[in-house]
Write a protein that binds this ligand. Structure first.
Ligand code: HPA
Length: 281
């Protein structure tokens, strides 16, 4: 089945379960999935109950859509995402973002855990993604273009929306968690980088490295969503310190930052709700 038909099948299977049309889609990254516990969830749909939907098997990654109002804004949350390293095609990896666009979401907020490459930044800090490098991974737009979604050669000069970035920077200031700002590079994973690869990424101008997000942002921009991304810097890139990397440590740091990260997100969504509701008033 082609990607458009798969997506339509997915949409048809969840349409009747959706309690509302979401305005915002929020992807919760590693260690940040617990945010959902604080919300009044109105509906939950497991990925495995959606025919054709790619499901994640990574420990610590749950797999479901949650529907909840945050500051009166209808939000669909992804608790757990799908990664390229799990063996899916890029097309399958970005199916959830396209599906959320189909649900009605106009804004996509992406969060992730990432390795810190900029020595001026610290693990435990949040980095707002100003731009990304996605050339180390296949494009999610490879293959026949679907004109209803977007252009064959979409512009990528402002993937991360300037207005949303400003909102997040303000939210960080107001909640006592000032955000760093930088370039995110996506590598295919699942192995962490070698010290030589970390040096390469730094030379290319990246401030953070991860295994998700950039492909999702590309697909979302293609389909016309406004995108914003925040990385939780969980560790220094390999070779930058003596400590070897492991998934448990990355998750632990993710969990330590959760409380502060939640405050930033809540504050930002409140601000977004001001302009979204204002626009439609
Ligand atoms: N590299 C790649 N992905 C990551 C890292 C890292 O150091 N930390 C968290 N996700």
């Amino acid at each position: 089945m082609d990607v458009k038909s798969t997506l339509e099948t997915c949409y048809r299977s969840i349409e009747s379960k959706m309690p509302f049309q979401p305005k915002i889609a929020l992807v919760l990254g590693s260690g940040l999935g617990d945010y959902a516990q604080r919300l009044k969830v109105e509906q939950s749909i497991d990925y495995r109950d959606i025919p054709g939907f790619p499901t994640s098997g990574v420990p610590g990654h749950k797999g479901r859509f949650l529907f909840a109002h945050i500051h009166n804004l209808p939000v669909v949350l992804m608790q757990g995402r799908v990664h390229y390293y799990e063996g899916y095609s890029m097309e399958q990896v970005v199916l959830p973002q396209r599906l959320m666009a189909m649900m009605g979401a106009e804004i996509l907020l992406l969060t992730n855990a990432a390795g810190c490459l900029n020595p001026a930044f610290q693990p435990g800090e949040l980095m707002l993604i100003r731009d990304h490098i996605a050339t180390m991974i296949p494009s999610p737009l490879r293959g026949p273009n679907v004109p209803e979604w977007g252009e064959r050669f979409p512009d990528m000069s402002d993937v991360y929306d300037a207005r949303l970035r400003k909102i997040f920077l303000q939210a960080g200031e107001e909640t006592g968690m000032p955000l760093r700002e930088g370039v995110y590079i996506q590598l295919p994973g699942p192995q962490y980088e070698t010290p030589a690869e970390v040096r390469m990424c730094r030379l290319l101008g990246a401030d953070a490295v991860g295994m998700s997000t950039a492909c999702e942002a590309v697909a979302a921009r293609h389909i016309g969503m406004l995108v914003c991304g925040v990385s939780c810097l969980t560790n220094f890139g390999s070779g930058m310190t003596e400590v070897p990397l492991n998934h448990a440590e990355v998750q632990k740091m993710g969990r330590q930052v959760t409380g502060r990260f939640e405050k930033v997100i809540e504050n930002a969504i409140e601000k977004i709700s001001g302009f979204v509701i204002g626009e439609h008033a």
